[in-house]
Design a protein around this ligand. Structure first.
Ligand code: KG4
Ligand code: ZN
Length: 335
């Protein structure tokens, strides 16, 4: 039995969730700043942290009201400690520590990617051993989990993350930020007609998306110089087809090699409809995707990972500080 209040503020969303036991979510309030950052074509870290300061108390109050919970009934305060933008992380961390100190509650520092992975457990039990495909704005990783909360990163991007590549391609196509969801929609309306290189199409579990991104940018610039028109839907479709080809084939290869029971998809790009369709159709084993509302950053996923940490008594002291970069493997319990 647990009642966990979680705070997520690693990038441009301030979110507070309250989770009862494994999956009774009493609230998941998300204050997004996307409309502001869209004006600049991407997240401006300084603006993100300032806006977090302005809204943290309101988001917290709204969450407690929605859940009809009093702080005294909360069992633990969880917070994303990293990775993420240092200023943004600090706001959530200070709020969490203040609550823990004031109300004498244990503090749990959660790895952002562990949160994305455990978003899946808000709807269904994860079966181990499993393989996680982590695809977000900052990460593209294959993570082997032999048991609960045990993380072995077996492959990762050598350069850009997949979400970052989506957003940069979106920018060159003059699409609103973030480009990922828009390209996903456009890809469905186009056909794969531009030749693009399959990125790092080798036997490793690693990824590389910067070459693919540059190929799209060069194609657009060359067309501009020759005064040719690009069909944006077709280019979106070609980019997505090539990117998904390598993501899906490497995931299935790793799942077979490691003989896992399930494939878990995590991170903002898990919302991608093409990825959902292709991986589900081609995987010989069961694939779990988080529900759409828990794909991009939210505190419900942090609460879900914190629930496991709570059960394993993985508490932090009040000198906990943010970690803008750090390995998921450090988070493994009992290794
Ligand atoms: O996990 P997330 O909210 O933030 C990070 O932790 O990075 O992921 C955000 C990323 C952005 O790059 C966004 O473009 C991408 O997820 N994204 C998508 C889709 N929805 C969000 N990418 C492709 N297709 C989508 N439907
Ligand atoms: Zn994220």
């Amino acid at each position: 039995m647990s009642l966990i209040l979680a705070i997520e503020s690693s990038c441009d969303e301030m979110s507070v969730a309250i989770l009862k036991d494994k999956r009774e979510l009493l609230c998941n309030v998300v204050a997004s700043q996307i409309d502001t950052h869209r004006l600049f074509g991407g997240v401006v870290p300084e603006i993100a942290s300032r806006m977090h300061v302005e809204c943290v108390s309101t988001v917290l109050k709204t969450a407690l009201q929605q859940a009809q919970i009093d702080m005294k009934d909360i069992d633990a305060i969880a917070v994303t400690k990293g990775p993420g933008l240092v200023g943004s992380l600090h706001v959530g961390m200070q709020a969490a520590k203040t609550l823990a100190l004031t109300y004498h509650k244990p503090l749990i520092g959660v790895h952002h990617i562990a949160g994305h992975i455990y978003a899946n457990e808000l709807v269904e039990d994860i079966e181990y051993p499993c393989l996680c495909l982590v695809v977000s704005g900052g990460h593209s990783e294959l993570v082997y989990m032999k048991k609960e909360f045990s993380f072995e990163v077996i492959g990762q991007t050598l350069d850009d993350a997949i979400g970052e590549a989506y957003d940069k391609v979106g920018r060159v196509l003059h699409l609103p930020y973030p480009g990922g969801p828009v390209i996903d929609k456009m890809a469905k309306e186009g056909t794969h007609s531009y030749p693009l290189p399959l990125p790092l199409n080798d036997d490793s579990y690693h990824f590389s998306f910067s070459g693919l991104k540059s190929a799209v940018i060069n194609l657009c610039h060359n067309a501009q110089q020759r005064k040719e028109t690009i069909i944006p839907e077709d280019l979106a479709c070609s980019f997505q087809t090539v990117a998904l080809e390598v993501l899906v084939s490497k995931t299935i290869k790793a799942a077979n090699d490691y003989q896992v029971k399930q494939i878990i998809v995590a991170g903002g790009v898990s919302a991608n409809s093409g990825l959902r369709k292709k991986l589900t159709e081609e995987s010989p084993i069961k694939v779990l995707f988080p529900p759409m509302k828990y794909c991009t950053d939210n505190a419900a996923m942090i609460a879900s990972a914190a629930r496991v940490m709570y059960e394993n008594q993985c508490f932090s002291t009040l000198d906990l500080s943010v970690k803008p970069t750090y390995d998921l493997e450090e988070e493994s319990i009992g290794e």
